[in-house]
Ligand binder design. Structure first.
Ligand SMILES: NC(=O)c1ccc[n+]([C@@H]2O[C@H](COP(=O)([O-])OP(=O)(O)OC[C@H]3O[C@@H](n4cnc5c(N)ncnc54)[C@H](O)[C@@H]3O)[C@@H](O)[C@H]2O)c1
Length: 293
């Protein structure tokens, strides 16, 4: 087991030096912000996204923080593409230590007229894609953590080396799984995010023997390309979301990334597993004025 208390000082509680994170959806938005904060903690980044090119900001992290950054164009609805990417990442980096699943899609569609294609596509990306990436990363972590140099035949049963760093898997869920907003009709999206959130307890249990922690992070309303896309269809959307938080505005991606670093850094959150961390500017904590007007 690798969950021994550590004697890290406050300055290195958040260090990820020598580790590598596989982050999906890292070409832009929250995934890119997560790449930035993990790289700032000296973590190498393997960024996966379906876009042909990521934001140039991604590659700037390499010189900014002195870490290795690689981009892999992957459609996470394809198990073959996921498998190939993870094999390539294992060849490009010394290890996979962290996995953050931020790739996601959303379609605003009333429940009564929701299409089967919306259900299939949303679950294919948000749930099945995240599941398969996490599974491939977890298998890579387990291979690393149980690797034996013995040539004995049959090999001795693997033992876990407590000096090795274990691992951290974080699913990106959503505020939508905590509270519905009358501004949106997103039952399919919410169910897909509820599904990834419900993975954390059973996976935390199954992977604890390897020292791998599994949590989810639920962002509240945050200004990203996803939000801009929704806003273009509903011009008043952001105005309503602003009224729903306790601070009268929605978040920018930078305000969510500290929570992500906390969940990834074993020094800071080594005793946290099987949890969802909601970072929503208080939106789920009150009956906001919009419902009273
Ligand atoms: N922005 C918000 O208010 C908000 C709130 C709660 C949760 N979230 C979640 O946070 C995550 C990031 O969202 P964002 O706001 O940065 O959105 P975004 O649209 O800016 O980023 C999502 C990324 O996922 C990628 N992606 C989509 N389908 C893919 C596929 N099949 N394979 C690989 N990559 C794919 C996109 O190309 C994009 O780069 C999502 O899972 C989203 O559901 C966002």
């Amino acid at each position: 087991m690798s969950s021994q208390p550590s004697s890290s000082s406050p300055t290195n509680l958040f260090s990820l030096s020598g580790q590598t994170a596989v982050i999906t959806g890292a070409a832009r938005g929250l995934g890119l912000a997560f790449a930035d904060i993990l790289a700032s903690a000296s973590c190498n980044i393997a960024a996966l996204d379906i876009l042909p090119e990521p934001s140039p900001t991604l590659f700037e992290l390499e010189s900014k923080y002195g870490v290795q950054i690689r981009y892999y164009k992957v459609d996470i609805t394809s198990p073959e593409q996921i498998q190939q990417a993870i094999e390539q990442i294992e060849a490009d980096f010394p290890s996979i230590d962290i996995n953050v699943n931020a790739a996601g899609v959303v379609t605003d569609e009333p429940f009564l007229t929701t299409t089967k294609s919306n259900i299939d596509q949303t679950f294919a990306v948000n749930f099945t894609g995240s599941f398969l990436v996490a599974q491939a990363c977890a298998n890579s972590m387990v291979r690393r953590l149980t690797k034996t140099d013995s040539m004995a035949d049959p090999p001795p049963s693997p033992t876990i080396d407590p000096s090795k760093s274990g691992g951290s898997i974080v699913f990106i869920a959503s505020i939508a799984t905590h509270i519905a907003s009358s501004a949106q009709r997103i039952s399919v999206y919410t169910a897909s995010k509820g599904a990834v959130r419900s993975l954390v307890k059973p996976l935390a249990m199954e992977l604890a023997p390897y020292g791998i922690r599994v949590n989810s992070l639920s962002p509240g309303y945050t200004m990203t390309d996803m939000m801009r896309g929704l806003q273009s269809q509903q011009p008043d959307l952001v105005k309503q979301f602003e009224q729903e938080t306790l601070f009268g505005r929605i978040a920018v991606p930078d305000e969510v990334k500290g929570a992500l670093l906390f969940l990834c850094a074993r020094g800071a959150s080594g005793w946290v597993t099987g949890q969802d961390l909601l970072v929503d500017g208080g939106a789920s904590s009150w009956k906001h004025p919009a419902v009273l007007s």
